[in-house]
Write a protein that binds this ligand. Structure first.
Ligand SMILES: N[C@@H](CCC(=O)N[C@@H](CS)C(=O)NCC(=O)O)C(=O)O
Ligand SMILES: [Fe+2]
Length: 380
């Protein structure tokens, strides 16, 4: 018989647990609550186990760390799934209570367990529950910010999570004391937030009073983390632009670097063809540019080079034309511009791509990509 166990990974700075689960035969995988600073660790784990990441799942929009969702998706071609009421708009899958995600023959079910935040979810997989910050070991998530509600948390814990079988393993979103897992039975009987000193279940009023008296300091990163997590952890700095927007900066191995604004103008006037070289998965995930030609530079799964790039480019764009290469952040579009130039096109690289560089730095004077500069795009 196959035993099902999640791989539990820990970020010591934010005390966050990330979980990786996969189907043993197909190697399709999902990850729950990945942390931006642990990207290399998580990519290495996917490689080590030979996995194809299908979904990046969030239990809520975190206040204490930034997710690596967007970057993981760019690397792997996975799809983001976030709780519907967290309003993380770029996530392709907006989870409702009872929704099931499938990876290989494996299934994981989303339960809407509001309270820590209004949108918070827990996930049930075999005899395991990933509780995010709804239920912690001997504790529970705080309810004093981000649409938190102690009343809702009491109901979610007592009426939803405590109704799971006692032997269900509880895998929390954080632990600040080095504990790794618990069970529903243990938490139901001994969790001090839910039970009084005599081991009796607290009333909702007593729980609410306790939660309101916690007076915890604000998470250190809340002001950066929440806005970043609302867009899957993409960092961008829209607005600032200290380069002449319509200038062409000549390049050595292709015709030059141009701003998204100039690219847009050239597209409207028919001066050049915009070639969107993001993977199909990325475009489906975050959005399309109307009238752009889509030719993948790297292909999911594994983000391997598209062997048909030359054939597809030649089929789509007449030889000798001007082309403008656009990717997500302006990195992949550089080798793609060089390639197009070597194939006889006059090739321009669009600075900062669709989203803008994730490090938030100004690259060659440009900040923010196509979308964050307010240029037109569509969701699908
Ligand atoms: N000290 C941490 C804050 C930790 C924190 O507030 N964690 C939230 C989860 S996002 C919580 O619910 N903690 C519950 C508790 O500490 O009892 C930081 O600055 O990031
Ligand atoms: Fe949280």
């Amino acid at each position: 018989m196959t035993t099902h166990a999640p791989i539990q990974l820990f970020d010591p700075v934010s005390s966050t647990y990330t979980y990786l689960m996969f189907d043993e035969s197909t190697r399709d995988a999902i990850i729950i609550d990945p942390v931006d600073t642990q990207l290399a660790r998580d990519l290495a784990a996917l490689k080590q186990y030979g996995l194809r990441l299908k979904y990046v799942v969030e239990t809520h929009a975190h206040a204490d760390h930034i997710t690596s969702s967007a970057t993981l998706i760019e690397h792997t071609g996975a799809i983001a799934a976030t709780p519907m009421f967290c309003n993380v708009l770029p996530a392709a899958i907006q989870l409702k209570d009872g929704d099931v995600l499938t990876f290989g023959d494996e299934k994981i079910e989303a339960l809407h367990t509001s309270g820590h935040t209004a949108g918070s979810m827990s996930f049930v997989w075999h005899e395991h529950v990933f509780t995010g910050d709804t239920l912690l070991i001997g504790g529970c998530g705080r309810t004093d910010f981000q649409s938190g509600s102690a009343e809702a948390l009491y109901d979610s814990i007592t009426l939803i999570l405590f109704k799971l079988p006692d032997n269900t393993t509880v895998w929390p979103g954080h632990d600040y004391k080095g504990q790794t897992s618990s069970t529903i039975g243990i938490e139901r009987k001994t969790n001090p937030r839910l039970n009084n000193e005599h081991g009796e279940r607290r009333s909702k009023e007593s729980f609410v009073e306790l939660m309101h008296a916690l007076n915890l300091p604000k998470p250190r990163l809340i002001d950066q983390a929440v806005p970043a997590n609302m867009i899957l952890g993409l960092h961008h700095d829209a607005g600032a632009n200290d380069m002449t927007t319509y200038a062409i900066a000549p390049a050595v191995s292709y015709a030059g670097d141009i701003s998204p604004e100039l690219a847009h103008q050239w597209m409207l006037t028919g001066t050049a063809v915009l070639v969107d070289i993001r993977s199909n998965a990325e475009r489906a995930w975050v959005g399309f540019i109307v009238d752009a030609v889509g030719i993948e530079w790297k292909v999911w799964p594994g983000m391997v080079a598209n062997a048909n790039f030359e054939v597809e480019l030649k089929a789509a764009v007449p030889a000798g034309s001007k082309v403008m290469m656009l990717c997500r952040s302006g990195v992949r579009s550089i080798p793609a511009s060089e390639r197009a130039q070597s194939l006889g096109y006059t090739a321009y690289n669009i600075l900062e791509g669709f989203e803008g560089d994730p490090d938030g730095e100004a690259h060659r004077g440009q900040k923010g990509g196509w979308r964050y500069r307010g240029l037109p795009w569509r969701q699908n």
